[in-house]
Each structure stands twice: as structure tokens, then as C-alpha cells.
Design a protein around this ligand. Structure first.
Ligand SMILES: Cc1cc2nc3c(=O)[nH]c(=O)nc-3n(C[C@H](O)[C@H](O)[C@H](O)COP(=O)(O)O)c2cc1C
Length: 207
């Protein structure tokens, strides 16, 4: 199969995929934003996330180059009301273009790292690079540790000491098959996990 056919088949079957809206900063200070749906969490202690960045003919994607150079990135999550703005930032702009300015997006300073976070995103994870794996010619797996997490008040509920996420308020989208298909996270159902009930062993005492 050609690489393009493999991509089409795999990306249309391994889905839905969450979307990391990744903000990085080049060494010259230029800020960059782009969406990445090869994204997930891979642990909570330490809190680990990973991104898959594909090759780009000619030069690496700006996100890949910036993470390689600085070891820092912010993953912002994408609710339904930000999909069009997120899509605007995936434009194939040259490195000197700040996609955040291009999409008219405000940022806020991060706490632990240099790249800023997207102010409108309800959840943002400030990450430092822990592993950078070359998984193919020009293709990378970026593994990062979350140093600081930001949650907007309106997506949290319950005891402030042990908050829970209000999924309906968060209203995230996921990436589906093809270049333009997305899904919303609203079609929910519950499925309890099975429990193994070990047989009761009764003991008799001799009298
Ligand atoms: C929803 C969405 C998800 C995407 N996911 C990925 C991905 O996981 N890996 C990748 O290499 N490109 C992905 N892309 C394409 C990049 O966003 C695109 O190549 C972008 O121009 C890269 O920007 P950069 O050079 O500023 O990093 C995705 C695009 C969209 C719209």
C-alpha cells in the first residue's frame, strides 16, 4: 500500500480521536498553534501524554521543530464552539506566521513553560518533553509530562477539593474519518465493569 492509502485506512478506523490543540514557541519567540489528533494520555502518575506528528515533505512541521528545539508545549482541548477556530490554525503557514494571531485567538501566559495557552480553551496542559521517538522518516512520537493543568471553573463540578469534570459543559469534539469529519461527545451510555465474585469459603470449627 502507499503511505497515503495506509494513512486513510488507519485514520478512518482508529477513531474517534481526541484533539490536542498544541501551542509551541520557536527559539526566536514566534508562537505556533496547530491541531493534532494522534493524541492521548498514557499515565497519570506521572501524568503522561503523547502526540504523533507526521512527516512533512521538505521540512518538519513547526510543532515538531519547536518541541525538538525547546522541549516545551501546551496542549489545549477543543470544545464544539472552538472547532472552526481550531481548523483555521491548521493552515499550512510558514514558520514565521503566528497561527494564533491569524485565527484572532487570545492567549494567556503559562505558569511553568514559555509557550502560552489559548485563553478560550477550557482545559490546557503545560507539558515538558520527556521522550522524542523517531517512528519513521520524519515521523515523531512526542511524549510529555504535564507540569501544570488549567481547568475553567465552568467545566468543573462537585467538591472543590476533589473536583469532577462536567462533560456536558466541556462539550469536546473528536476527529473521525477523512479530512473533515468530527464527532461530539454527547452520545453517552453507561456500562458497569464486571466484578469477579470469589466463592465464599465457609470454615467450620471443630467442637
Ligand atoms: C483536527 C486535526 C487533527 C490533526 N492531527 C494531526 C496529527 O495527529 N498529526 C499530524 O502530523 N498532523 C495533524 N493534523 C495536521 C496539522 O495540524 C497540519 O499539518 C498543520 O499545518 C501543522 O502545523 P505546524 O506546522 O504549525 O505544526 C491535523 C489537522 C487537523 C485539522
Amino acid at each position: 500500500m502507499s503511505g497515503a492509502d495506509r494513512y486513510r485506512l488507519l485514520a478512518s478506523t482508529i477513531m474517534p480521536r481526541p484533539i490536542a490543540w498544541v501551542v509551541t514557541r520557536a527559539l526566536d519567540g514566534c508562537v505556533n498553534a496547530a491541531p493534532y489528533s494522534f493524541f492521548n494520555m498514557f499515565g497519570s502518575d506521572d501524568p503522561v501524554i503523547a502526540l504523533g506528528i507526521l512527516a512533512r515533505p521538505g521540512s518538519p512541521k513547526d510543532t515538531a521543530a519547536n518541541i525538538r528545539a525547546t522541549g516545551e508545549f501546551v496542549v489545549n482541548l477543543v470544545p464544539f464552539d472552538l472547532v472552526e477556530t481550531m481548523n483555521a490554525t491548521c493552515v499550512d503557514a510558514p514558520p514565521e506566521v503566528d497561527e494564533l494571531a491569524h485565527a484572532d485567538l487570545a492567549t494567556l501566559p503559562s505558569v511553568a513553560i514559555a509557550p502560552p495557552r489559548i485563553a478560550a480553551s477550557p482545559v490546557a496542559f503545560e507539558c515538558k518533553l520527556t521522550h522524542l521517538l523517531d517512528t519513521g522518516p520524519g515521523q515523531l512520537l512526542v511524549v510529555g509530562q504535564i507540569l501544570h493543568a488549567h481547568y475553567a471553573q465552568h467545566v468543573l463540578t462537585g467538591d472543590p477539593q476533589r473536583p469532577r469534570v462536567d462533560h456536558a459543559a466541556l462539550d469536546l469534539v473528536g476527529r473521525m474519518h477523512g479530512p473533515s469529519a468530527y464527532t461530539r461527545t454527547r452520545d453517552l451510555f453507561d456500562l458497569d465493569r464486571p466484578l469477579w465474585h470469589a466463592p465464599q469459603i465457609s470454615s467450620t470449627t471443630a467442637s
